[in-house]
Design a protein around this ligand. Sequence first.
Ligand code: TXD
Length: 316
Amino acid sequence: MKIRKPFVAIVGAGQVGATTAQRILEKGISDVVLFDIAEGMPQGKALDLMEAAPLEGHDRRITGTNHYQDIEGAEIVVVTAGLPRKPGMTREDLLMMNAKIISDVGTNIKKVAPDSKVIVVTNPLDIMTYLTLRVTGFPQNRVFGMAGVLDTARMRFFIAERLDAVPRDVEAIVLGGHGDLMVPVSSHSKAKNKSVKELVPSDELAKIEQRTRDGGAEIVALLKTGSAFYAPASSVTEMVKAILKNEKKTLPVCAYLKGEYGLSDIYFGVPAILGQNGVEKIVEIPLTPEEKKGLMLSAEKVKQGIAELDRLGVFA
Ligand code: TXD
């Protein structure tokens, strides 16, 4: 089947990759090319998804492939290739294993889709996004990562659950690195037209913030094998839609900072405007002294991860 432009390529047809493909197709956003190194697997999933089209009623197309050549011309490349976290394993344990994979994937994207925007999903997220920038040599606005949309969605759900509210109607934002030190910004969380700080007692809000930080681990512990994929796929899809439809929507994005929030030469979760050019602007929001302090701690951890990659010779 001929894929029509603009289309999205997804590298890594595992849980997050395939579910993202499903969401993009079923929401009618664009055609999709699904790539994986596992032979037959992306072809099988693509065929299965096409066979659902008569029932789901969409007119989108997907093909599966093991050849990078087939992603040539992609408007957006979503990178989910990697190994998922196992119970007890930290995101940083994944560092070296996934760094090798990302170097390979980035090199291929540079070759076949040099004009694409790249959304990195692979963990440890902030560090793999930084590595993707270095490997592709793309402009910074065309390389960014997904984590904040997911962490924020988790927090929104936890607040909605506590208040018996509709999750969609709860506003929240989670900033910082995608790790244990991420910063749920409760000063900007709202529900029922009120600040969440007015609606939820501070000790309970602190628990919600902690559950948000542990959101990934909570799912890993329940699933036993693999990690979350439904909400991550929804989060990637939200970003893809904002770019393809040039929505200029402000979302928490793992973006390259050049002095914003007092940080530079780092990929970090901040509010950013997404549109047809990728990250079009970093938005600086006022933070409490405590939130600022939390962000600096989180940034320190991301910087350490980047330094670790450097020490291991990954950038050489
Ligand atoms: O918020 C976030 N950023 C995250 C990140 C939310 C959820 C998952 N997060 C991370 O995404 C997770 O820790 C992993 O690093 C990735 C992918 O998670 P997923 O659950 O989709 O992992 P799978 O199901 O194991 O899929 C990974 C696929 C699998 O099919 C492999 O065959 C493929 O990646 N793979 C490759 N594809 C292309 N090229 C290479 N080199 C390659 N190596 C493995």
